[in-house]
Design a protein around this ligand. Structure first.
Ligand code: SAM
Length: 218
């Protein structure tokens, strides 16, 4: 498993990562609850200030994915969906409230898992969460998904190869499986993700503003 301190060494062009390097001196977590309203659904989310993996807050592509998923419901409803990099859990919470069958997942760290569970309770909703660090092996019962979704997960250039292992575990040998991904941050190295996709026999298509569908080549 990766060490959380590795994230401070991530190749990332954003200056806020300089702040991440100071993470070790922070001793007390800071939480804040907010109420958001998305497409008529009121959701309470507890965010937290200090996360080495940027899992404490809601990232903007969440809303891009929500718009896409609601516009294309027939492709996603009644499918078994796993979200990668769920962070606060907001997208999985919203989609489960709307009747989609979504399992959340994120880096295997107690602070993330506990916050997602907390947010599920805040919203009186229950669904499975899988603590999963990219590249780790899924249990057999945790690989049985038809669709992968992910918002703003392309920050971690050093871990793209591990992410490929996870995507291959979830999508290899499944003819109709695909991933829906949106990312809004412009990062110098995010193009490496697409190079790796091709090397791992994936194909991709831009289907909306910074929104991609990724599939195994047939
Ligand atoms: C920028 S945040 C986006 C969070 C969320 N999808 C959103 O849009 O609000 C990226 C997420 O990817 C997760 N992540 C980063 N590296 C990971 C790894 N190696 N394995 C699993 N999850 C990882 C982080 O913990 C974080 O929750």
């Amino acid at each position: 498993m990766l060490d959380l301190s590795d994230f401070a060494k991530m190749t990332n062009s954003d200056s806020e990562d300089e702040d991440n390097k100071k993470e070790n001196i922070i001793t007390e977590q800071v939480f804040e609850e907010k109420l958001i309203e998305v497409h008529g659904e009121k959701i309470k989310i507890r965010e937290f200030a200090y996360s080495n993996t940027n899992a404490g807050v809601i990232w903007p592509s969440t809303y891009t994915l929500i718009d896409y998923l609601l516009l294309n419901q027939e492709r996603f409803k009644n499918k078994k969906i796993i979200e990668l990099g769920s962070a606060t859990g907001v997208l999985s919470i919203f989609l489960n409230k709307k009747g989609y069958n979504v399992t959340s997942s994120d880096y295997n760290a107690d602070e993330i898992t506990e916050n997602i569970n907390f947010n599920k309770s805040l919203n009186n909703i229950e669904f499975k969460h899988i603590p999963h660090t990219w590249g780790d092996t899924f249990k057999e019962e945790d690989k049985d998904f038809e669709i992968v979704i992910a918002s703003d997960i392309l920050l971690y250039v050093q871990y793209f190869e591990k992410l490929m292992i996870t995507l291959r575990q979830l999508m290899d040998n499944k003819k109709d499986s695909f991933m829906l991904m949106a990312y809004g941050r412009k990062l110098y190295d995010s193009k490496k993700f697409f190079v790796l996709l091709e090397e791992n026999d994936f194909e991709y298509e831009l289907v909306g503003s910074k929104t991609w569908i990724i599939k195994k080549k047939q």
